[in-house]
Ligand binder design. Structure first.
Ligand code: ADP
Length: 449
């Protein structure tokens, strides 16, 4: 029992819905603010299981460690995020506090100044005063905008292996998309004899494309869970790392990581950054990276990628290099559409599943959320939960979420980019569709957006 009644009520509410991330995060934040450091640490750890690599949660956990003088633990918690370029500056300040705690003043000063140079608002006068040493890089080089990981890690894949608990049951709607993934990905692994009989090999990749937030990552993760496969998620930051570091070795290491963990779904998010025709990428380097990617995808021998399913996602399929779409590679792109009203109701039902609920009319909410994608609906639910949480704290008991809560939250959330995305897509479908690559989009862009 905590001797703070509000906190205890919050903790009881969290026990009622253990998978409710915003609730856990709120509870952890309150515990930290009130100095219950061990309890805060435990809550942040639990939250991190629900949302690995979340920057705010990691920051909370690191702070709980630092304030308990567990500096090594704080650095270990921060390390995965600090390895990515452009990490949130506040994490740099926390790392500085931990490094100082370990007696590494030079390292701390470097981290601190690097963070503050990117975002002065994270400055901490007290810490700055204790860091009297000038900001010399402990890595021997002049301070770079993004300190890259030590070269010793160049052979290591920065991505991690996840075990996904999601299955297709947690993906609302998208029946056609799920069916097509089943045929392309799951059946060849589940019934290899049948596919072999027709001379088909498991392998190759599937390119998922569609507006941001429509559920591509969610779907990929669910495909891994559906298959009982491990999941390796290579995000934009990892891809950009490959530009900075020794790309071939990093890319090879990432594919090898997936091969060591087969069956495995290897997911490349925002793959257009890798396979793009973007003017801001140095052309020669891009080409080299594309070639390396395709070589890994094709596999050095017949069996290299057996049991490795490569999924890639993009919001901008028109930027993806045509070499990607050759037979045996990402030859049949799959469109992940924005949800229709029935799918929106189903997404809301899934998103609310682990929350204390009153009688719900999800269809009513679906009707007023035209143009909302899954990510927007998640925003609606998070907002409604936040409000409910405050009410529950005042009331001293958990109050269930109701339809009017969701309707009110929907009023205050603006749908993201679907309309703009459809306008761009319409341009490509109407004016750059000689190959018929975007035929699948035709009925969509003709609709009203
Ligand atoms: P994308 O990768 O297309 O940008 P995400 O997969 O990150 O989109 O979707 C954002 C969030 O929206 C997901 O984490 C998930 O909670 C929710 N979501 C999206 N689509 C669905 C769906 N079909 N069913 C259930 N939840 C969904």
């Amino acid at each position: 029992m905590l001797d703070d009644a509000g906190l205890q009520a919050l903790r009881d509410a969290a026990r009622l819905s253990p998978d409710n991330l915003p609730l856990r995060q709120h509870l952890a934040g309150q515990l930290l603010a009130k100095g219950y450091l061990g309890e805060a640490e435990a809550e942040y750890r639990a939250a991190l299981v629900l949302a690995p690599k979340d920057a705010d949660i990691t920051a909370g956990l690191a702070e709980a460690f630092v304030r308990q003088s567990a500096h090594g633990a704080a650095l270990a918690a921060l390390e995965p995020l600090l390895a990515s370029p452009g990490y949130p500056p506040k994490l740099g300040v926390l790392a500085a506090r931990a490094l100082l705690g370990e007696g590494d003043t030079a390292g701390a000063a470097y981290r601190y100044h690097e963070a503050v140079s990117r975002d002065p608002s994270v400055g901490d006068a007290d810490l700055a005063a204790r860091l009297s040493a000038p900001p010399v890089s402990p890595y021997g080089a002049p301070p770079a905008p993004y300190p890259t990981p030590a070269p010793a890690s160049a052979d290591q894949a920065s991505a991690e292996v996840e075990r996904s608990k999601l299955t297709f049951a947690e993906v609302a709607g998208m029946e056609a998309v799920k069916e097509s993934l089943r045929v392309k990905l799951l059946l060849p692994l589940q019934q290899p004899e049948l596919f072999a009989a027709y001379g088909k090999r498991a392998g190759g990749g599937v390119l998922l494309y569609g507006p941001p937030g429509a559920g591509k990552t969610h779907l990929a993760r669910a495909a891994a869970g559906e298959l009982g496969a491990s999941f390796v998620n290579v995000g934009l930051a990892d891809i950009l790392d490959m530009y900075i570091g020794s790309s071939e070795r990093n890319l090879r290491a990432t594919f090898d990581l997936a091969r060591r963990n087969r069956p495995c779904v290897l997911f490349f998010d925002e793959v257009d950054a890798l396979a793009g025709r973007r003017s801001d990428m140095r052309q020669a380097h891009t080409r080299q990276l594309v070639n390396q990617f395709l070589a890994e995808l094709d596999g050095v021998d017949q069996n290299a990628n057996e049991g490795v399913l490569v999924l890639a996602a993009t919001n901008a399929p028109w930027y993806v290099d045509v070499a990607f779409r050759r037979p045996g590679r990402f030859d049949q792109p799959v469109f992940v559409p924005p949800p229709d009203p029935a799918a929106r109701a189903a997404i809301l039902r899934i998103l609310c599943r682990d929350k204390p609920l009153a009688e719900m009319d999800f269809d009513a909410v679906a009707r007023v959320t035209d143009h909302f994608v899954g990510a927007d609906l998640k925003g609606v639910v998070d907002r409604a939960v936040e409000v409910k949480l405050h009410q529950s704290i005042s009331a001293g008991r958990p109050i269930p979420l109701s339809t009017p809560d969701l309707l009110a939250a929907a009023q205050s959330v603006r749908p993201t980019a679907v309309r703009e995305w459809m306008a761009t897509a319409r341009n490509y479908v109407m004016h750059a569709n000689d190959s018929g690559a975007w035929d699948e989009l035709m009925p969509w862009v003709k609709g009203k957006w």
